[in-house]
Ligand binder design. Structure first.
Ligand SMILES: Cc1cc2nc3c(=O)[nH]c(=O)nc-3n(C[C@H](O)[C@H](O)[C@H](O)COP(=O)(O)OP(=O)(O)OC[C@H]3O[C@@H](n4cnc5c(N)ncnc54)[C@H](O)[C@@H]3O)c2cc1C
Length: 441
């Protein structure tokens, strides 16, 4: 057994972790209580097997690529970072990227990850045509919208609980360059931020970074980043069409003491960040896709700044009617506590594609908190506000929500459970997350 955790380093639990290299070995390795693990970027306990964790990053081959259509067949352990580095210079990028590029294809499908374009282009699963799935009862099936469609829609967003994704066929987006035309808008409070996001509905990419230490009149003050793919004719003279992804220069070498993050340091950092960003607000700037999409990737192991006890990310989505009031209430409670992350992220989402996909039309807010004090009770209270407003929490970020909150947020759960049971009647596929939230007890 090995001690293992997600990106938030909470909880840390025992599981038998294997890293396999052949599909035959995957078949043999699945015992009761197994789940696949990609690159471990889910924050909580989703990628930890109840008994055994099947590491998939060894499956990193591209099977075929058609440059005429952008269709690609690849193994589930390929990382988005490798896909971008390899196919970007050839004029193709993934349609959807989350806030880090260090995620696997299997992990991106299983969480049906969303990017800054979910409001207009949907999630990762929308661009997946088919999946080769090894089910819990040992069958290997191809699932698509036409064939084994229940298995397909349960696997997109199904957090690995329908089986092990071995390969996928998906579509890439033609992209002339690896540059983004960015517009920064500064919003002095939450109303202005939400108005700016609404006004940015037509933009391909939009996201707001909120200063969650700001209170009173400044509550919800934000910088909104809109983005479009830049054409070659927009690049500075001499600029290469596809910038190189920087290797992560800075790293956090040790677990920082928990006191490093305190009310004063967070307020100071956020205030500075807001003022510097506000100065750039206004016109368009062309920036490399790496800082635009993946600002946190430039610091390796940044999860260590929260100290040894780890941290929790709380990401909720709240449907549009009533979202303003609930977001205001959450941000006010968070600002009064003073220990939330440097910056919170607010984005608009559209409809998710999978049965258990997180997105629904509304606003999603993501906040980080160090694990300490009464944080678990505090988040339980926030959860109740979220589900009372018809919202839900994102499983890929979750380490602690209760079963009741989960069930209230995911009304299609019984359909998901029925499909999961038909694919795996003996219940072999189980993660720590499924034990906490879904499995019969
Ligand atoms: C800095 C940062 C920013 C992020 N930003 C976003 C964001 O903007 N949008 C967003 O949607 N998410 C975001 N995430 C979350 C992340 O995209 C998801 O958790 C994603 O699933 C991680 O992929 P992974 O390969 O690391 O998978 P893991 O964390 O290893 O696993 C995640 C889930 O996928 C399942 N899984 C993995 N591989 C397979 C497989 N081969 N077959 C079946 N199931 C599999 C696991 O069982 C688990 O349930 C972010 C995470 C970080 C750390």
């Amino acid at each position: 057994m090995t001690l293992v955790s997600g990106w938030g380093r909470f909880p840390v639990v025992d599981s038998d972790v294997l890293r396999l290299r052949s599909f035959e070995a995957v078949g043999v390795a699945v015992v009761t209580g197994s789940v696949a693990r990609g690159n471990g970027r889910a924050y909580g306990d989703a990628a930890i097997g109840a008994v055994r964790t099947i590491g998939m990053t060894g499956f990193d081959r591209v099977r075929s690529f058609d440059p005429a259509t952008g269709r690609i067949r690849l193994e589930a352990g390929v990382l988005l970072s490798d896909l971008i580095d390899t196919f970007g210079p050839r004029g193709f990028l993934p349609f959807v990227v989350p806030g880090t590029r260090f995620v696997s294809i299997g992990g991106a499908i299983a969480a049906d990850v969303h990017g800054k374009n979910h409001h207009c282009e949907g999630g990762f699963g929308r661009y997946v045509d088919s999946i080769l799935l090894r089910t819990g009862q040992g069958e290997t099936i191809e699932a698509s919208r036409e064939q084994n469609s229940d298995a397909f829609f349960a696997t997109v967003g199904g957090m690995g609980l329908t089986g092990i994704i071995l390969e996928a066929t998906m579509r890439l987006r033609p992209a002339e360059t690896g540059w983004i035309r960015e517009r920064v808008i500064s919003a002095s409070d939450l109303d202005a931020a939400m108005r700016a996001l609404d006004a940015g509905d037509a933009a391909t990419y939009s996201v707001a970074w909120i200063d969650c230490a700001a209170r009173g009149r400044d509550l919800g003050r934000s910088l909104i980043y809109l983005g479009e793919h830049a054409g070659k004719d927009e690049l500075a003279e001499g600029a290469v069409a596809f910038p190189a992804g920087k290797n992560r220069g800075l790293a956090v070498p040790i677990d920082l003491p928990a006191m490093t993050l305190n009310r004063t340091s967070i307020r100071a950092f956020n205030g500075l960040y807001y003022r510097m960003g506000a100065r750039r607000a206004g016109g368009d700037h062309v920036v490399s896709l790496y800082p635009y999409f993946f600002p946190l990737d430039s610091i390796a192991d940044w999860n260590r700044i929260y100290g040894r006890r780890g941290f929790l990310q709380h990401q909720c989505v709240i449907p549009e009617p009533g979202a303003r009031a609930v977001l205001g209430e959450i941000l006010d409670r968070v600002a009064r506590r003073g220990d939330a992350s440097f910056l919170a992220v607010l984005k608009k989402l559209g409809q998710g594609d999978g049965i258990l996909s997180f997105p629904l039309p509304g606003y999603t807010l993501a906040l980080d908190f160090p694990v300490k004090g009464d944080i678990l009770n505090f988040l339980d209270e926030i959860d109740r506000l979220v589900v009372a407003a018809g919202g839900r929490l994102y499983l890929a970020k979750d380490a602690r929500q209760s079963r009741a909150i989960f069930e209230a947020g995911y009304p299609a759960l019984s359909r998901f459970n029925a499909i999961r049971k038909s694919l795996d009647p003996a219940g072999n596929i189980r993660s720590k997350l499924s034990q906490r939230l879904l499995d019969e007890v």
